[in-house]
Structures are given as C-alpha cells and as structure tokens.
Design a protein around this ligand. Structure first.
Ligand SMILES: [Zn+2]
Length: 257
C-alpha cells in the first residue's frame, strides 16, 4: 500500500469521489495538512469522513498573518484528536505571503506547539532553506521531527534535515525530466528517509504539468522513485509507507481496509 504524506483533500472536488481511483491503485493512506485556521473545521470533517485519512492542522506560511496566539488552545485541542498525526503545513515561504518576520514568528510558535503536544511537523520551505534550518535548530524541532514537504533542495540540505529527524517528502518534481539534482538526492540519501506525496491539487507530476493534480498520480511519483533506487513497486510501497508510519507514528496495521 502507498501512503500520500501530503494531499489537500479538503481542496479537491468531492464529485466524482476523489479517492476512488487512488484506492484502486493501492494507495491507502493520506495525510491532510492545514492551510488557514478558518479551514480547520473543514479539514477535520474531511479526515473524519475519509477512511485512511489523517489530519495535520496548522498554518501555512502564506497565511501566517491569520494566526493569533489565542488560537493556540484550539490548535492544541485539534492536535490531541485521535486522527491527528502532525502539525502542518508550517514553515517559511521566501517567495509569497506576509512579511518574513511575521512568518518566522509564527513558525517558531507552531514548532513550540508541536513540541508541547508531541506531534511531528510537516514543513513547507520555499526559498528559505537556511532560515528554516536555523529556526528548527533554535526551537529544537528534532524533538518531534517530521517531513520536509515537496523537498527539492540539495543533498547537503537533505542531510541536515535528516540529521534533525525530518524525512524528505518526494513529490511531482522528481518526475520532471530536468530534475537532475532531486534525482541525485533520492539516490543519495538513506532509504529510510524517503516518503511520497502528491500535494494534490497542486504540483502535478510529469506528464500532467499544468493540470490539476490528482490523488492517483502518486503512482507516477512512486514509479520514478523506484526507477531511481532500483526498487520493485512492492519494495517502494513497503519502504516508503514504513518510513511514513515511523515519522508520523502511525499505527503499524493497515490504515484502512
Ligand atoms: Zn501543501
């Protein structure tokens, strides 16, 4: 079974049933990250209604200005919910969103909240690698670890994240014919730090660039990782799902039937 560690299920159209095709292709687990506090109720409802889905409520750096310290109580409550496995997606975006100082302050508070509630983090890091690493260290995020979502950095960055307990979320970028550096990262890191994700409806894999990403296209990402590592499809599923279960501390048995 494949596990999608980052999918915005609550932003996918509900008709036709978004996961029917994915379930048919042996994708059986989904982690749904938060974006804005306003969306938390919809996120938690979507997860509750979807067998195999897990929640990662949090605040996307793009929406950092929606965070208020008064929301901490609500987020702590959601973090303790039985289907919540992480706090996400949180981090820094050097390209879009509010002022970097605002993003950094919110990121720090959310790392602290993850440590307090003992939940791993789903990291968003775009054009902010060194600052993200610095804040992870300053706030001792290695106590919880997690996943660096949509990883596309260098092998050196990958190793620094792994040393802090963060697996690399490998998504559609790995399928792009020109993604040489990411291919080298996938080949060069220890197998136990690779997990898969679609980020649907964003970041569609090759040859669907420009389309709205779909849950079943996780298999295109899995196929490319398999090719890079020399794994069979069955090994790819076993290894990446075991890794995801470990970093997210999911129960060992099948997440859904
Ligand atoms: Zn995302």
């Amino acid at each position: 079974m494949l596990l999608d560690t980052h999918i915005h299920l609550d932003f996918l159209p509900v008709e036709p049933a978004p996961l029917a095709e994915a379930r048919g292709r042996e994708i059986g687990g989904w982690v749904v990250p938060g974006v804005t506090p306003e969306h938390w109720p919809r996120l938690m409802m979507t997860v509750a209604a979807t067998p195999g889905a897990w929640a990662a409520p949090g605040v996307h750096p793009q929406a950092a200005d929606r965070w208020r310290p008064e929301l901490a109580g609500e987020l702590r409550r959601l973090a303790a919910a039985p289907r919540t496995v992480a706090i996400g997606e949180v981090g820094l975006d050097g390209q879009i969103g509010p002022d970097q100082a605002v993003q950094e302050a919110v990121f720090r508070q959310l790392i602290r909240l993850a440590r307090e509630t003992d939940r791993p983090l789903l990291l968003h890091m775009r054009r902010a690698t060194s600052r993200v690493l610095k804040l992870l260290r300053a706030e001792q995020a290695q106590a919880v670890g997690g996943i660096a979502h949509a990883f596309s950095g260098s092998l050196d960055t990958a190793r620094q994240l792994i040393a802090l307990g963060f697996a690399l979320g490998i998504g559609g970028v790995v399928t792009f014919p020109d993604a040489r550096r990411l291919g080298e990262v996938v080949r060069g890191v220890p197998a136990e730090w690779l997990v898969l994700e679609t980020d649907a409806p964003d970041l569609p894999p090759h040859p669907h660039r420009g389309a709205e990403n779909r849950p079943e296209w996780l298999t295109l990402i899995a196929d490319r990782v398999a090719q890079l590592r020399g794994w069979t499809p069955a090994e790819t599923a076993r290894i990446t799902t075991t890794n995801a279960r470990r970093v997210l501390r999911l129960p060992g048995e099948e997440a859904s039937s």
